[in-house]
Design a protein around this ligand. Sequence first.
Ligand code: AMP
Ligand code: GLY
Length: 421
Amino acid sequence: MNVLILGSGGREHALALAIAKSPLLDRLFVAPGNPGCEAVASLLDVSIVDSRAVLEACRAHRIDFVIVGPEAPLVAGVVDDLAAAGVPAFGPSRAAARLEGSKGFTKDFCREFAIPTAPYGRFRDRASALEYVALQGAPIVVKADGLAAGKGVVVAATLGEAQAAIEALYESDALAECVVEAHLQGEEVSFFALCDGERAIPFGDAQDHKRAGDGDTGPNTGGMGAYSPSPLVTPQLSQVIMRDIIIPTVEGMRKRGTPFRGVLFAGLMMTDVGPQLLEYNVRFGDPEAEVVIPRFRGDLLAWLWAATEGALPAEAPPFSQDAALAVVIAAKGYPGAPVRGDAIGGLERAEALEDVEVFHAGTRRQGRHIVADGGRVLVMTGVAHDLATARERAYAAVSAVDWSNGFFRKDIGAKALDRRR
Ligand code: AMP
Ligand code: GLY
C-alpha cells in the first residue's frame, strides 16, 4: 500500500515510524510532516483541511490509504470527501467527529445514552449562562462549544472567574455557544479505543500533563508530557470504561446512523463514583501517541486498515508491558506566542541514546540546521521495563539537546512514581 499520513506534529512522527515498519507498506508520505518524518517518508506540501488538495495528492502519488492525525481535517469532513472519491481514510466522518467538534453535542449524546459525565447546562446566550452559574455556584467549569486546541475551557474556582469567562466568551463572539458543567475531582486519564463502526477495543491508555509549569501550575497547554500505561487503569477499570463509556458511545453513534470509525480518545476523570467523561477527542492524543505507539507491538497499518474496513480482529491488540514516558520541549512563550527560528543542537546525541525516541513536533529544516518552528517543538520518549527508568531515559535525551530558548517540565511522571513509594 502507498500510505499518506496527514499532520505535522509529534503524533504524526510517531505514526510514521510505526507505519514504516509494516510489511504491507510500499511507499509512505506525510503531509505536511516535519523533518523528523523524512527518515521514513516523503513530505508533501499540502493543506490538509482542503479535501481537494488532499485528493489531488492522493491521485498524484497513487495513495491507497490515508491516515488522519489531527482533528481539524476530521471535523472539516476530509474523510467523507476522500471516501466519496474512492480513497479509504482512517478516522471518523464529519458527523462522527462532532464528538470532538462540539462539546454541547457530546453532552447531549451522553445524556441520551446514559454515559457518565458531569451535570451541565448548554447555552446559546450570555444571560442564561450567567444565570446558570449564579444558581450553581463555584467551582464550576465553562467551555466554549467548538474546537479550541485546549484553550476553550476555564476551570473557575470562584463565581467571579466563571462570570468573567462567560463575559469574555460572548465579548469575542456574540453568537458563541457554551457548556457550563459541574467541577469534577480526581485524576485524569487518556483512554484510547480503536473502533470500526460496530465494535471497539481498548488501544492503550496514558496520563498527560496539561499545565505548562511544574506542579501543575501555569496555563493549560496541549500537553507537556505523558506516560503510558496509566497505573490507574487496572484491567477491571478498563472493562468498566469500555462497558459504561466507550461501548455505549459506539452503539449510540451507530444507532444514530453516524457510525464511529477511528480512534476514540476519552478524556476521563477518575472520581470517587467511577470514571466520568470530561471530553471526547476523535484521534490519537499528542503527546499521548508518543508514549502509546512506541509500546505497540503489532502491525499498526494492518490494525488501522482493519478498523477502517469495519473488520477489527477479535483478539486484544499487542502492547508491551514496558513503560514509556515522554517529555515535551516547548519554545519559550508557549502556549502564547512561541520564540521561533532558533537552531537546535544535540539532536543526534539524543537520538543515539538507547531506548529513546526523539519525535519532532514543531521543527523546520533550514539549510543544515533543524530550527524551532512551533509551540511544542520536540518530544523525548524513554522506554523501559519500569516507569522510573523510562523517565531517566527521557530526561537524559532532554539534557542532550542544546537549545537555550526551550523549556520543559521537570516533573513528568512524578506523581505516579511518588504514589508507588
Ligand atoms: P476538556 O477540553 O473538556 O478536556 O477540558 C480541558 C481540561 O479542563 C481537562 O483536561 C481538565 O483538566 C479540565 N476540566 C474539564 N472539564 C472539567 C470538569 N468538569 N471538572 C474538572 N476539570 C475539568
Ligand atoms: N494531549 C491531549 C490532546 O491531544 O488533546
